[in-house]
Design a protein around this ligand. Structure first.
Ligand SMILES: *Cc1c(COP(=O)(O)O)cnc(C)c1O
Length: 444
């Protein structure tokens, strides 16, 4: 496959951009392909090669690359009116109303510009309202490029996972394994009156896709309630992706105090939001005392893109379409994996999917052919990854260095490592899915 243009662009980029990219996951080996443009469910690289795209901007592009006319019109009208003002606009209120109407636990919101900013502000809010410093996070969960969650190790050995983060930041973070109720209970027994919040993705979407075991989130809800700590769901990926308009919190029937959003709600533009109970959200300045601000927050172009995307999704049954294709992909992948690599695990939900290259276990049975759901009655329950460490133990190098490259050669663009979720968009068709399954069959 000819990638001369991409190679030349990367050569130039290496001189002026750190590592040649602006987000580390994009630096694929030996060099990334540069995108010329998107087309529906496809991207076309700088050399004119077309790929079926399941990266979808790492999650935001619910509608794919070719936005419906009405979404484009809404964006363009806000661009022509002047991009932003430093004063409020109606469209911010409309998007907030839409989200409040659909996500059960969210009564109020504050918009920001990225998922990272949302988790930073949500943690400040939780610390501010409780007067406590410690935050419990899940090992392998991702909450953006921020110092309090770029922390690794266990509850007694938390340490920064990147240079540039003071040890003293990590002292306030307690990383625990996802799906491990005992450890959660233990850290609350030991530190209950110092914990401001538990911050978790409802489904680990940045680490292989790991589903919660039955009752796990309720345990976190009960523990936080009993100790007057907040429960924060990071729905930056799952919000308006899993469970349709209600989010993953609706699927698992959990009522978090705060929810962070990003990705889909910006319709492809930079966005984040902190939502939750009025008693908490109103503590942000200027209603309350906890400082929160941003030049670009509630940007009219972003708000219009997000609002029109969600309205379109509601009127055109987009979730029915993407979820059905997601299911078809997971079922098809389960069959292929049963034949080619029975130890592998198919994971995901709704329009999210991934094959985890687990090294042990039997084939997925019919019970879990729609993607591992941590179903205890499933023969394979024990071998389905339960937490970040289980995913780390998979054949991650094979995934990244052999499998991903070969899929790309065959025209399928997947997220570039074992960990990040893949996404179906409204633009994908049954034919795309069948072609993709055929490609997996050839490459696996
Ligand atoms: C992507 C992501 C973030 C970070 O969002 P950015 O917009 O990249 O800053 C935070 N949390 C989760 C769960 C994410 O998937």
């Amino acid at each position: 496959m000819n990638r001369d243009q991409s190679r030349d662009l990367y050569d130039r980029a290496l001189d002026v951009l750190a590592g040649g990219v602006n987000s580390s996951v994009r630096a694929t080996q030996p060099y990334p392909f540069f995108v010329q443009r998107g087309d529906g469910a496809h991207v076309i690289d700088a050399d004119g090669t077309k790929y079926i795209d399941y990266v979808m901007g790492y999650g935001p592009l619910l509608l794919g690359h070719t936005l419906p006319d009405r979404v484009v019109a809404a964006i363009q009208s806000h661009v022509s009116d002047g991009p932003m003002y430093g004063a409020p606009t109606e469209v911010e209120v409309e998007l907030a109303e839409f989200i409040v109407r659909h996500v059960p636990s969210v009564e109020m919101l504050r918009f920001v510009n990225s998922g990272t900013e949302a988790t930073v502000s949500a943690m400040r809010l939780a610390r501010g309202v409780t007067g406590r410093d410690k935050i419990v996070i899940m090992q392998g969960s991702y909450h953006g490029a921020q110092p309090s969650t770029l922390v690794e190790g266990g509850p007694e050995s938390a340490a920064p996972s990147s240079p540039g983060i003071p040890e003293s930041f990590a002292e306030h973070t307690i990383p625990i394994p996802f799906n491990d109720e005992e450890t959660a209970e233990r850290v609350f027994t030991e530190h209950g009156d110092e914990i401001a919040a538990v911050l978790t993705e409802p489904i680990l979407g940045n680490h292989g896709i790991v589903h919660p075991v039955e009752g796990y989130h309720q345990t976190l809800r009960d523990l936080t309630e009993a100790h007057d700590a907040l429960l924060i769901f990071d729905e930056v990926i799952t919000g308006f992706r899993v469970g349709g308009f209600q989010g993953a919190q609706g699927v698992f029937d959990v009522d978090p105090d705060l929810t962070t959003f990003g990705k889909v709600i910006g319709g492809g533009f930079p966005v984040g939001a902190i939502g939750g109970k009025t008693e908490y959200i109103e503590q942000f300045t200027p209603a309350g005392e906890i400082f929160q601000s941003g030049t670009f927050s509630g940007h009219p172009v972003t708000m219009a893109a997000g609002l029109e995307t969600l309205r379109y999704a509601a009127e055109e049954d987009v979730y029915d379409h993407v979820n059905a294709l997601g299911r078809r992909l997971r079922e098809g992948l389960s069959d292929i994996v049963a034949d080619r690599a029975p130890e592998y695990t198919v994971a995901g939900r709704d329009s999210m999917f991934k094959v985890i290259f687990t090294r042990r276990g039997e084939s997925q049975t019919d019970a879990c052919s729609g993607g591992c759901r941590q179903d205890e009655s499933c023969d394979r329950f024990e071998s389905c990854p339960k937490n970040g460490a289980d995913v780390d133990a998979a054949a991650t190098d094979r995934w990244e260095r052999l499998f991903w490259q070969e899929m790309l050669e065959e025209g399928v663009f997947l997220t570039a490592n074992q960990f990040e979720s893949q996404f179906v968009s409204a633009a994908h068709t049954e034919a795309d899915v069948e072609e993709t399954l055929e490609t997996y069959k050839n490459v696996l």
